[in-house]
Design a protein around this ligand. Structure first.
Ligand code: FAD
Ligand code: DLZ
Ligand code: SF4
Length: 518
């Protein structure tokens, strides 16, 4: 038997001491390799705060693993010998440590999967790639579920996950309260401005974070985003503080205002926990169990507890399943043949559309927007304006601190843009200004009139919405869930329809060019 060590590369979104590869190796023989590498910081031009968050959390995690007794070899981005990629850094580490094997936990995107799968041949060493069991649903389980269905609807997947976990289940195997889904209770318009509205905790940068922030400010000066508002937790202890704060202060009203938007209130009653869950600082099942307990203790209403748990064991697990099930070409789909370029204002927020400015500016400031802003403001605009899904996908992957391809891509391409032709959603989430007006206070202060369809001051979402329907009638006209809007379109006077389409064309031609087909 050899005494040679076992190398355990731990990637930047695997910051849990329980990650599968660590559990598989004896501490006495394992050498953990953590790598800050140029390829990962630039494969898309991530928001500065996203890079700072991940690198600082990685550095804190290395210290934690050392304190737990692991030997950790940590390669910093500013190390002059750093070769800039996972594979090249593993090669250098092999020279340093002469391991007899590699154990690694699978990565969160096809690009990284291909990289890890090539290591065995390249390094002539046994490489074990462990499945990432931070998720509730394994790849095999999702594939079995999908194979038995014509349509992959989240709702049925979610019910299976409820049964599997026992979350919010009554004694008799029925869902708590008799219904599986309380979404209908979770669409309240925004409340009056509330001086006591909770805000997420802000964590002052410690010495490690300050060093990372300085490095990111210099090295990634040309990436989108501000570091001035940086307040993310970068340790499990601080992430836990935000988790408790959410459970105490936000959860009891989370459901009611889940879809609401208010000017200059980026967070409302949202948890702002996704960055921590996605890199391993918080465990998703543990969080859902805490919410289940709050409900049972009478500290959270059912619509709030169910609404939150559905997002995690339903949507989060489901989109991941779809991402891996559909294969590496999923990201190339463009069912609606949308070919316009992403308008420049996505990078600056400089547009007269106040809803877009609000969603984009807070994204630039905080690397955060909540779900309805992502889906019904920036996503809806891209959908009805016919923006190239690939460009939209890259934008979302870059700008949000919680963005990894396994979760971002299906949400963007499938849910927001309908570019997978209806695999993820049974109809496009297309909406006119009326929806935004109902769910936000944005329209009041906008230079556009949300009630108008045509004219210089008409809300652009209105003409774009009808133009979207008209443009895509061949594909969407027979969708039963779109029957009502198409009936309304058909009922409009021909002159009105012509004027609306001309209005949309004028707006689009002044805002976005067309990209060439692949
Ligand atoms: P809360 O509103 O407090 O929700 C609770 C938790 O549920 C979140 O922390 C998250 O873990 C989970 N969740 C909620 N909705 C979803 C969903 N649709 N898919 C997966 N998990 C969900 N989420 C990401 O984690 N990373 C992304 O890159 C990402 N990109 C998105 C892109 C688009 C176009 C859209 C429409 C949604 C995207 N989402 C993404 C889902 C969702 O918007 C974020 O998870 C949520 O806004 C994170 O903020 P929060 O923690 O305050 O969420
Ligand atoms: C997103 C990211 C960034 C910005 N930088 C690093 C890094 O320097 N080192 C690292 O290990 N991981 C980083 N990550 C996260 C990886 O991109 C992520 O682990 C893969 O995409 C697999 O999900
Ligand atoms: Fe957005 Fe139209 Fe409302 Fe202005 S009027 S905020 S563009 S929906």
């Amino acid at each position: 038997m050899t005494d040679a060590p076992i190398l355990i590369p731990v990637l930047g979104d695997q910051l849990s001491p329980d990650i599968a590869a660590l559990r598989a190796v004896d501490k006495a023989r394992g050498i953990v390799l953590m790598m800050e590498v140029a390829d990962e910081t630039t494969y898309v031009r991530h928001h500065k705060a996203k890079i700072a968050f991940i690198l600082s959390a990685m550095r804190h995690h290395a210290d934690r693993l050392r304190a737990l007794g692991w030997t950790v070899d940590y390669v910093r981005l500013d190390d002059p010998d750093n070769e800039g990629s996972f594979t090249a850094e593993v090669a250098r580490a092999i020279e340093r440590h002469r391991p007899c094997a590699i154990h690694v936990t699978e990565g969160g995107e096809w690009r990284v999967r291909a990289m890890l799968e090539a290591w065995e041949a390249r390094f002539a060493l046994p490489v074990t790639i462990h499945e990432d069991d931070r998720f509730l649903c394994s790849h095999a389980e999702f594939d079995t579920w999908a194979a038995a269905r014509k349509q992959l609807r989240m709702e049925f997947f979610y019910r299976d996950m409820r049964r599997k976990t026992g979350l919010l289940m009554a004694q008799d195997g029925a869902p708590e309260g008799g219904q599986w889904n309380y979404d209908a209770d979770n669409r309240k318009p925004p409340p009056q401005r509330d001086l006591l509205m909770p805000q997420p905790l802000r964590f002052s940068p410690d010495a490690i974070t300050q060093e990372v922030l300085a490095m990111v400010a210099t090295r990634f000066a040309d990436h989108i985003g501000s570091l001035d508002h940086f307040a993310f937790a970068v340790t499990p202890e601080d992430a836990e503080r935000q988790r408790r704060h959410f459970l105490d202060e936000m959860l009891p009203r989370f459901g009611d205002y889940q879809d609401a938007m208010l000017t200059d209130e980026p967070f409302l009653w949202h948890s702002v926990l996704s960055p921590y869950i996605n890199i391993g600082l918080l465990d998703p099942l543990d969080l859902c169990q805490a919410i289940d307990q709050r409900y049972r203790a009478g500290k959270a209403p059912l619509n709030c507890a169910e609404g939150f748990i559905r997002q995690i064991i339903g949507w989060r697990e489901y989109v991941r399943g779809v991402y891996w099930h559909e294969g590496p070409d999923y990201g190339r789909r463009n069912a609606l043949d949308a070919r316009r370029d992403l308008p420049d204002f996505y990078w600056s927020g400089e547009t007269d559309m106040r809803c877009m400015t609000q969603a984009i500016r807070q994204t630039i400031d905080h690397s955060y927007a909540h779900h309805i802003q992502r889906l019904m403001i920036t996503g809806n605009f891209a959908l009805i304006a016919g923006i190239d899904p690939h460009q939209v996908h890259i934008w979302y992957l870059e700008v949000y601190a919680d963005a990894y391809e396994w979760v971002e891509l299906p949400n963007t391409l499938g849910m927001a843009l309908f570019a997978d032709g209806g695999l993820l959603g049974s109809k496009p989430y297309a909406a006119s200004g009326a929806y935004i007006n109902r769910m936000s206070d944005y329209c009041g202060g906008c230079r556009y009139d949300v009630k108008k369809r045509v004219g210089d001051d008409a809300c652009p979402f209105n003409a774009l919405y009808w133009d979207f329907l008209a443009r895509n009638e061949k594909l969407l006209g027979r969708n039963p869930r779109m029957a009502m809007p198409y009936r309304n379109w058909a009922r409009m006077a021909p002159d009105d329809r012509t004027a609306i389409r001309a209005q949309a064309a004028r707006f689009l031609n002044g805002t976005t060019g067309r990209s060439e087909p692949d």
